[in-house]
Design a protein around this ligand. Sequence first.
Ligand SMILES: [Zn+2]
Length: 539
Amino acid sequence: MRYLFLLGFILTSLSSYSQKITRQDSLRGSITPQRAWWDLVHYDLSVEVMPESKTIIGTNVMTYKVLNEGPNELQIDLQAPMKLTAVMQDGHSLDVRSEGNAHFIQLENPQREGELKKISLSFEGKPRIAKNPPWDGGITWKKDSNGKHFIASSNQGIGASVWWPNRDHPADEVDSLDMHVTVPKDLVDVSNGRLVHIDTDATTKTYHWTVKNPINNYGVNLNIGDYVNFSEVYKGEKGPLDMSYWVLKEDEEKAREQFKQAPMMMEAFEHWFGPYPFYEDSFKLVQAPYLGMEHQSSVTYGNRFKNGYLGRDLSGTGEGLKFDFIIIHEAGHEWFANNITNKDVADMWIHEGFTSYSENLYLDYHFGKESAATYTIGTRDKIRNDRPMIGTYNVDKEGSGDMYYKGANILLTLRTIAQDDDLWRATLRGLSKEFYHQTTTTAAVENYIANALNLDLTPFFNQYLREKDIPTFEYKIDKKEMHYRFNNTIQGFTMPLRIKINEKYIWLEPTDIWQCLDVPKGTSTVQIDRNMYVDIRKM
Ligand SMILES: [Zn+2]
């Protein structure tokens, strides 16, 4: 998610770009010495949610592996006004040195290399209320039309530490997760993975959810409401896949109709990206009191059961009304964001670029290549080319919001350059396999693609990811000769370019140096293949 809420989006982009880097940004965004010596293994997160007082109280029992003997301090993140109330290890209460949202736990017992250790983090408070979820996250406290509580967490960007204590950096994920969520007895909690057990007492119910696969922090979520559930079994590439839908009672009928797109999504994405990455945890769509978010194996949905983006077509071409934007985009993140996760949010284009491109691939699968191209090309007028898609490393700073539509358009351009749709599909499927359940970097992803396509893509990625501008193809025609080059590029930029001269397509290898081509007499203009995201200028 985290895409286009236009105004909010401009403001976030500008402010995060001009912002000074603070000590808190470094503590949050880097592998500090107090994070470097240990590796996450498991979270067992128990929370009680009290809607009347908008309070959360809980304990996260974290298991970690000691990688090497460190500084005897362990960093945990938790944002005010939430408070760490107790930290325990091996039956002892530990002291904590806090610096803003970073809490350095003073370990007493030896931490021996290779050892698995547990630490228990108790916390409570009234967590930040989400002002504009999911972009400006926290907890949303709403009520449905029957007056029942409808509550959800959403915390991409701001971080999961807005409501529970954890290691709030994307490079390291737990291998598995358990959640025990206690809610008033008349409500249901839907979280990640599979529901294994419900404990009932006089006034509350506790829902135990379990996730068998690695999961990123920001994907961990609570959804509490008067839910009903329906489900189906999808015959997928890896066998039967449980697809389960949780919606408010009042919306069940609409959901049963609209969610027919969920198996269509699964079919298209398994074709292009390979098997859904979390069969063990099932796939769920969960209604939420905000637009939606890619929470792993419990994708949240609030698109009003309409096609498009809240009923609108983001591409302006009509193609965007052929699918429910939130079902397709947020579920696309299961492959890019949840399966393949950035190690640093500076590389978040890996999440949003590929996922925006997944909208194209959904259309391609069900409506054809031209429909898909028209859609992606239609989103180009939302690209700003204001700053690079890659952000600043180690300080929790994302790149330009162009990572969505520019990301999709450069992938469409690459597919055109590949000139082999089977190889392109094999490359996409290969990414899901190569980086299966891993966190990774732009460098690793671009290397993989270049090797798979057997192309030197260094200038391509340097231009499109690390610069703000896109290349301009400049040409002039003098009788029977066309002179052409790329301008507005990094030095030495080159990429194959497919152009149309006199109704015929040919490939050129322009560089930033003028070259010459014989053209038929009377040629006055040329066109670039519309699938390639390049400007053109006749001199
Ligand atoms: Zn997204």
